[in-house]
Write a protein that binds this ligand. Structure first.
Ligand SMILES: CC(C)(COP(=O)(O)OP(=O)(O)OC[C@H]1O[C@@H](n2cnc3c(N)ncnc32)[C@H](O)[C@@H]1OP(=O)(O)O)[C@@H](O)C(=O)NCCC(=O)NCCS
Length: 151
């Protein structure tokens, strides 16, 4: 497995991994209506990959096993933020997430759903701890998100 910068040719695979990650990881946390309504939009992802506002990475073996997106912190602080990290559910716990985070240079802050225990355990292993930041999202219903940071 290796990690590289994504190109527009990866857009469909990146979206497929992201949506399958949402539907596997957030069932019971986010409403079924919201999860079942998610659609793969490769064109939108291709535009994000080329936007220049964030870096998209893929972990690849025979195909794409995971994706990460990072860039300047969205709240304006001088830090790099991990915007998204999704590993194909069939590959969880095989080191893909660790390889992706290792390649996200300078990332010190991220937001994670407060009931997403799996990801929080993973991020703690990567040196992140909750810093007290919390916000609420509306994903066809209220969902809490907490901020974690390291370094
Ligand atoms: C969170 C996620 C990215 C982790 O990726 P991964 O490739 O499975 O993680 P790794 O195999 O690199 O795990 C590294 C370490 O993290 C910890 N960890 C990972 N998954 C864990 C789990 N389910 N429970 C407890 N610890 C876990 C372990 O310490 C693990 O090391 P070990 O397997 O040797 O014990 C992956 O589970 C995922 O895509 N989840 C769905 C999407 C998601 O929640 N993304 C985060 C959005 S903010």
């Amino acid at each position: 497995m290796h990690v590289r910068t994504a190109t527009t040719a990866d857009a469909l695979a990146v979206e497929t991994v992201r949506i399958s990650g949402w539907q596997a990881a957030y069932r019971g946390i986010v409403s079924d209506a919201f999860l079942d309504g998610l659609v793969i939009d490769a064109e939108r992802r291709a535009r994000m990959i080329t936007s220049g506002q964030a870096t998209t990475l893929v972990a690849e073996d025979v195909g794409v096993l995971g994706m990460a997106v990072f860039g300047p912190a969205r709240d304006g602080e001088d830090a790099m933020e991990l915007y998204a990290l999704y590993v194909d559910p069939g590959c969880w716990r095989t080191g893909v997430g660790t390889a992706l985070v290792a390649a996200c240079e300078g990332v010190t802050v991220l937001w994670v759903l407060e009931d997403n225990e799996r990801a929080q355990a993973f991020y703690r292993r990567q040196g992140f701890t909750a810093d007290g930041g919390r916000q609420e999202l509306d994903l066809d219903g209220p969902v809490g998100e907490i901020r974690m940071r390291r370094g």
